[in-house]
Design a protein around this ligand. Structure first.
Ligand code: UGB
Length: 449
């Protein structure tokens, strides 16, 4: 009889194998749980980081409304939205709800205040860039905030933020004054002109055309679009296809872009060609402003003249006159005709000169300042550098007069007097008013401190 096979070795081997399998399984389970634990930890960390950076309700700090990881706007929380609504709500029957871009700027701050004072709702937008002293922009912001005008701090190119503003407020109008200004600076920083005056403008128009309701838009073009035009005074029908500076070229581009958005989407758009606007709270990069500073500090100033030794002249326009023009343009702006990004009917497209109709040579401007400051300027008359400046500007404003009664009423001497008074007060310059000059309506007898 055959003996049964010896299975003792096989059984041992099987037991051994099963032991090894158990150990492996245990190791695998341990490794997996470790991995799972680490992955959970990582996900938790990512989530914490994400929510910290996107905290939606930090209403007191306007900087906290952006996703710092993606740059995308996530909403500033309920209190932030309330602030925006409050600022934009009109307080008069049929009042406007106006988004003022460049509200911390010169013309922007004056226009925002004028709108608010007559009962319109105003929300400001400004990126507070450092093209000139941002503390002046902050001071204008404080002034506006005393009148319940809130300024959102953001760039025109921030599409998600702009869209969010239009989601929160059904703006009836946009007064678009944010821009890279200055004729001569365009040679130093050309890209900033493209970014603000072209890309930023397109972004604003993109958001406006998609808004429901679409707002009516009034925006700042410039007298510089007349460029090498030699017909005088400048009329809206004159050639504007020969800009002398990149600044002028970007403003001219803006006028053409406005045509496109009006044509395709039915946006009602009005361009205002400002002529060298000056006055209290003005721009420190402009000649009348830095001449005042330099004269008071005893520094030399350069007065430009043309190649044929003619005086350079400007149609200097006082801020209050320009503000009246802006409000007149807003008041007569028709509604946009599109909705949901589609045009329903032809819409209004306008362009107007806002000047003073009375050019003054730069030498004369300096003379007026000398009298007001009671200081002799250290003047140097030099040939105008090739910097984009044009020799002469002179506005014909009959179109603006016809359509909204625009009529400038402030001559340069009166306007500069108001400017100097503000300048002295703002910069805390000691002033011992020269009674004789004051009585003669001539000087303020300023002594720089
Ligand atoms: O109407 C506009 O659309 C523009 O107006 C303004 O430009 P401009 O008319 O050039 O004003 P501004 O610089 O004050 O020079 C005034 C005069 O002083 C002359 N000028 C200037 C500097 C100098 O050192 N010497 C001098 O004689 C100079 O040649 C000029 O004749 C805005 O800045 C601009 O943003 C835009 O809005």
């Amino acid at each position: 009889m055959a003996s049964p096979p010896d299975t003792s070795k096989t059984t041992k081997l099987e037991r051994y194998n099963s032991y090894i399998r158990r150990i492996n399984t245990a190791k695998l389970v341990a490794a997996s749980s470790k991995l799972l634990f680490r992955a959970t930890l990582l996900i938790a960390l990512i989530l914490i980081l994400f929510f910290t950076l996107n905290h939606p309700s930090l209403p007191d700090n306007p900087h906290h409304h952006r996703n710092l990881l993606s740059g995308e706007f996530f909403g500033g929380g309920a209190a932030w939205e309330k602030q925006i609504r409050h600022s934009s709500t009109p307080r008069r029957p049929n009042g406007f709800s106006v988004l003022v871009t460049g509200a911390a700027g010169f013309v922007g701050s004056h226009s925002a205040l004028a709108l608010k004072k007559r009962g319109d709702g105003v929300l400001g937008l400004d990126n507070f860039n450092s093209y000139y002293d941002p503390s002046l922009k902050r001071a204008r912001q404080s002034l506006l905030s005393k009148h319940q005008i809130f300024i959102v701090e953001a760039d025109l190119n921030d599409r998600s933020l702009l869209s969010k503003l239009f989601d929160v407020v059904p703006f009836t109008h946009v007064l678009h004054l944010a821009a890279q200004a200055g004729v001569r600076y365009a040679m130093q920083n050309p890209q900033s002109y493209v970014s603000s005056n072209i890309a930023g403008f397109v972004n604003l128009l993109e958001v406006s055309k998609s808004a429901n309701p679409q707002p009516s838009i009034v925006w700042a073009s410039s007298s510089s679009v007349y460029g090498l035009n030699t017909q005088n005074p400048f009329s809206e029908s004159h050639r504007t296809d020969r800009p002398a500076s990149l600044y002028a070229a970007t403003k001219k581009a803006g006028e053409e872009i406005a045509h496109t958005y009006n044509h395709i989407y039915g946006l009602s758009i009005t361009g205002l060609r400002f002529f060298t606007v000056y006055g209290p709270w003005g721009r420190p990069d402009m000649a009348y402003f830095f001449f005042t500073k330099d004269i008071l500090q005893g520094k030399a100033i350069a007065i430009y003249q043309t190649a044929d030794e003619k005086e350079v002249a400007r149609d200097f326009t006082y801020i209050d006159d320009v503000v009246k023009g802006c409000l007149g343009a807003l008041d007569t702006a028709e509604k946009s005709t599109g909705s949901g990004g589609r045009k329903r009917a032809p819409a209004q497209l306008r362009v107007y000169n806002l000047g003073n109709t009375s050019p003054v040579p730069v030498g004369k401007l300096v003379e007026i300042l000398e009298k007001l400051l009671n200081v002799k300027a250290d003047k140097e008359v030099i040939r105008m550098p090739r910097n984009g400046d044009v020799p002469y500007t002179h506005a014909n404003v009959s179109l603006a007069y016809r359509d909204f009664g625009y009529k400038p009423t402030t001559d340069l001497a009166t306007g500069l007097r108001k400017f100097v008074k503000w300048y002295v007060g703002y910069y805390g310059i000691q002033s011992s008013v020269n009674k004789e000059n004051e009585n003669n309506g001539q000087g303020l007898g300023i002594e720089s401190s």
